[in-house]
Design a protein around this ligand. Sequence first.
Ligand code: IMP
Ligand code: MG
Length: 187
Amino acid sequence: MTKSVLDRDIERVLLTQEEIQRVTTRIAAQIDRDFRSSKRLLLLGILKGSVVFMGDLMKKVTVPVEIDFMKVSSYSDGTESSGRINILLDLNRADLTECDIIIVEDIIDSGRTLSYLVEYLRLGGAKSVHTCTLLDKPSRRVVAFTPDYVGYEIPDEFVVGYGLDYAEQYRTLPYIGILKPDVYKNK
Ligand code: IMP
Ligand code: MG
């Protein structure tokens, strides 16, 4: 079943549904192994891009886990980061000092969002803070940042689907595809 209206704007499929499932299984197994003795593990999804990945990952993790969400904004014009991070939905937990947090992100680009959030949560007193991203574009880093769990390293291409958007569209595609540049150029 395809979503032909959206499929038309995709230049090439980068990761199929099957490839994504394999990688979420691998990351869930790593989390199970690393957090076996955690007393309070929290998967913290960053809205909105991480929701689909979060949904698949949480089903595959077998250690007891809570979920929560934060919402931040960093993009100003669709495909280029503004450099400023705004917290639009904060994490309000009285038990933060007892939480081992794994931040769940869709993609790391400049590195600004995750480096800011890790610092923010550590300053807030979290017991530990780790990071997990489905996709990583290491060639685009502005701020040095290395995530703890990575699905795939990808080249410098603008990708959509599986939660990732361009101008709030394409999140519902079940695979990850490279968006045709003429969709966002000449805008
Ligand atoms: P960073 O702060 O520059 O690392 O940006 C991370 C955020 O930028 C991600 O959570 C995405 O929302 C967005 N982003 C970066 N690259 C892409 C892309 O190729 N497609 C869709 N969103 C992206
Ligand atoms: Mg986004």
